[in-house]
Ligand binder design. Structure first.
Ligand SMILES: [Zn+2]
Ligand SMILES: [Zn+2]
Length: 753
């Protein structure tokens, strides 16, 4: 008897076949393993074959993930050996692994004096290193990556072709003899850039040492990482941080910091068990955690730092010379995509940096750092899904019961075959996302894929990158969309792009897409009560929505409550400057406290769009209490309100709940208590939570919360705590903010087309 398995999931380029090989050898099994376009095919014969799948599941390589296993029992062929069979076939639908932080074994080798890769800054193996960022085309072979120009040396090739080696078929395998090289560029007095000649070139790590020295001196450097450049300086040197802010014209938006190790982070931050798990996970994301020690200029005014650990060999080598935290912020212009080559860096940020630590391994696909935050009890939210997580893949075969499709989609009915795809195989769907924090999503055959964070589509550079990402994904997955789903907002660049394609187009309401993204992540069916709070989304009535309560399911939604619409005085400018909008809504006697009283009252008669935006309500509360003058960066007022939240304060302002939720008394309260930051912040959070709980009690439905406002950890945690006897769902791996919109769009397509 012979067993044939077909395995799908993340099974290519992650050391899967060598693992299968080792287990087969260990269990004395004969047969073969083969990569095919349908997944990995394995055939085994031998006495221990029943043990095979369990052994495999228990010994999966760190990056591999099995989604489905199909098993067929066949007549014996009497194989005499176990082999890895090379296939010439392309494997376009096999998923592409995200880039992964350097692994423990590689680090051990890198710091081992006797290893041939001692201190080698590009060490990697099948369990770690670059993937998505170096791939040009499929199949995932060295010739289709930016490693193509480095011809493998004999030693490396031996490792690459040995099934028992950790570098078996690790495409970026390389060493001093055959791999990329670091180089240091410095700015001359005339502003020109030149490669720095390093004296004593025999010291292998010298270039990194030079850069470390410059950081110690207070200089600003750029360092090429996996998916782009970081701007780096000494985070404990206030002048260096100030200088970076001045040159980058970024007055107050917080910077992320990289630390040598978790112990150093603990010296500066108060970490929970949950925080530590996120920070040290194999993805090594930027994690938002509580401050303990104030470092001036890093994240002034708020109580949080974004922290992360080294994740490339270069970072580890750098921290051999320094033990203080460094600012490590994406090298880009405002919200443009992260910069991936030194020419562009010099062109755009040449006046910002003094030195560049570059290397000649090209970054093909840019990829920013991911950002996550722990919430509630062992849960987390993703604020930016990128390096380590993306491309994010989910199998979307529909669930079966007794051969019947549980999804109850008409076209599946009366089909008596054993497996369905949730999609009609003729339909390939592309969701093009929102305008801010843009991502794209694809669905085809049985797969759903979410792209890494693309960015805000506010500049030509980012729009070009958006289009390039669509092309990249079409190529990498051999994907051609039949249908495009975009937002309803006529001015979104993603919508404009979609409407210009000669394809079937559907425009989906923004906040419904948020709710769908949550239903999709948890495979939810039936009706839910969804609280979707964010800054801006185009409403069905042409006004700007953002404080929405829906009853919704996979196919439709109803707007049952919303925050009382108010005039967005100043239009788009109100996002930065909430003063007039806020004061115009106050009772006259309170409005007089504010110096813009007259202007605001006059403007309030003007013709401005109406909005129910929760983001703007946060801004107005923060402004009226005196916490902000202007909203310097996105999320600022929310983080200030969180900082000032005091759980001891139980006071509440009652919001009257009809179809409209009337919050105006909260603004009067903030004005009346101007200067009492703790009181206003706590009462505001309490009142919001109370109104959510009240509405939740009115309907016998489980809850979905979503939208950028729920990045507010205090609000989300209080909601989770106060809603009892109901399930509360929120996006965890799909971004809870607009980064999740494309996922919701694509999910709608899968369920309705
Ligand atoms: Zn490794
Ligand atoms: Zn080599």
């Amino acid at each position: 008897m012979r067993i044939k398995y077909k395995i799908n999931g993340i099974v290519q380029g992650v050391g899967f076949r060598p693992t299968v090989y080792k287990i087969a050898k260990k269990l004395n099994l004969c047969g073969y393993v083969l990569n095919s376009s349908d997944g990995v095919i394995i055939e085994i014969e031998g006495e221990n074959k029943e043990r095979f799948i369990n052994e495999l599941k228990n010994n999966l390589p760190p990056l591999a993930r099995i989604d489905t296993i199909e098993e067929t029992v066949l007549r014996a062929k009497n194989y005499t050996d176990f082999q890895i069979i090379e296939s010439k076939e392309t494997t376009k639908t096999t998923s592409i692994s995200p880039d992964i932080a350097v692994c423990e074994e590689c680090l051990k080798e890198m710091f081992d004096k006797n290893n041939r890769r001692y201190l080698f800054p590009f060490i990697n193996c099948t369990n770690c290193g670059p993937r998505y960022t170096i791939i040009k085309d499929i199949p995932y072979d060295r010739k289709n990556t930016s490693m193509a120009k480095f011809k493998m040396c004999e030693e490396c090739y031996k490792e690459y072709t040995n099934p028992l080696d950790r570098r078996y078929h690790a495409e970026p395998t390389c060493c001093y003899d055959c791999g990329p090289e670091l180089n240091v560029k410095c700015k001359m007095e005339n502003g020109k850039w030149q490669e720095l000649r390093i004296e004593n070139g025999e010291l292998r790590i010298k270039k990194i040492e030079v850069i470390a020295e410059k950081i110690k001196e207070g200089k600003i450097v750029a360092i090429k990482g996996l998916g782009g450049f970081h701007l780096v300086c000494d985070a404990t040197n206030e002048n260096a941080v100030k200088e970076l802010r001045r040159r980058k014209q970024r007055p107050s938006k917080p910077f992320a910091m990289m630390f040598k190790n978790i112990e150093t982070i603990k010296r500066y931050c108060k970490l929970t068990y949950n925080d530590v798990n996120l920070i040290t996970s194999k993805e090594k994301p930027i994690t938002l955690v509580k401050k303990q020690v104030e470092l001036n200029g890093i994240a002034d005014g708020i109580d949080r730092y974004g922290v992360f650990l080294p994740y490339t060999p270069i970072h580890y080598l750098l921290f051999e010379y320094i033990d203080f935290p460094i600012v490590a912020t994406s090298a880009n212009i405002s919200d443009e995509p992260i910069i991936r080559d030194s020419d562009e860096l010099i062109d755009k940020l040449g006046t910002v940096v003094d030195y560049i630590l570059d290397n000649n391994r090209d970054i093909i696909n840019a990829c920013d750092d991911s950002v996550v935050q722990a919430v509630g009890d062992g849960e987390y939210i993703t604020m930016r899904c990128a390096r380590g997580y993306a491309p994010l893949m989910k199998n979307v075969e529909c669930r079966m019961e007794n051969g019947e499709c549980k999804e109850n989609i008409t076209k599946h009915k009366n089909k008596k075959i054993n497996k369905f795809s949730i999609l009609n195989s003729q339909f390939s769907i592309l969701g093009v996302g929102a305008n801010q924090k843009n991502t794209i999503s694809l669905a085809f055959k049985e797969k759903f894929i979410l792209s890494p964070h693309i960015g805000d589509l506010g500049t030509l550079g980012s729009i070009e990158y958006f289009e390039r990402t669509i092309d990249t994904f079409r190529r990498l997955y051999d994907f051609k969309e039949d249908v495009i789903i975009c937002d309803k907002h006529p001015y979104y660049e993603s919508t404009k792009w979609a409407l210009n394609q000669n394809k079937e187009i559907y425009q989906l309401q923004h906040h419904y897409a948020h709710a769908l993204a949550t239903m999709f992540e948890y495979d939810l069916e039936g009706d839910y009560l969804a609280f979707i709070f964010d800054g801006t989304g185009y409403g069905d009535d042409g006004s700007i929505w953002g404080g929405e309560v829906f009853i919704c399911n996979r196919h439709s939604y109803e707007r049952i409550h919303y925050f009382k619409p108010f005039k967005l005085i100043g239009g788009e400018k109100a996002v930065k400057n909430p003063a007039n909008m806020a004061v115009a809504l106050l009772n006259d006697d309170l409005a007089k406290i504010y110096k813009n009283y007259k202007i605001a009252k006059n403007l309030s008669k003007g013709n401005f769009p109406l909005t129910s935006s929760m983001g703007r309500i946060f801004d107005m509360v923060a402004f009226l209490a005196g916490m902000i003058e202007r909203n310097e960066w996105e999320g600022m007022s929310g983080l200030l309100i969180e900082k000032n939240y005091n759980p001891e304060i139980k006071e509440i302002v009652n919001f009257e709940i009809n179809k409209e939720i009337d919050f105006i008394e909260m603004l009067n309260f903030a004005a009346k208590n101007k200067g009492s930051f703790e009181l206003v912040s706590s009462v505001f959070i309490n009142s919001l939570v109370q109104s959510i709980v009240k509405i939740s009690d009115m309907y016998d439905l489980d809850i979905i919360v979503g939208g950028g406002v729920f990045q507010n950890k205090t609000l989300l945690t209080q909601v989770l705590k106060n809603i009892k006897n109901k399930k509360v769902y929120f996006n965890k791996n799909i971004p809870i903010n607009d980064g999740g919109i494309s996922a919701g769009q694509t999910a709608w397509g899968m369920w309705n087309l």
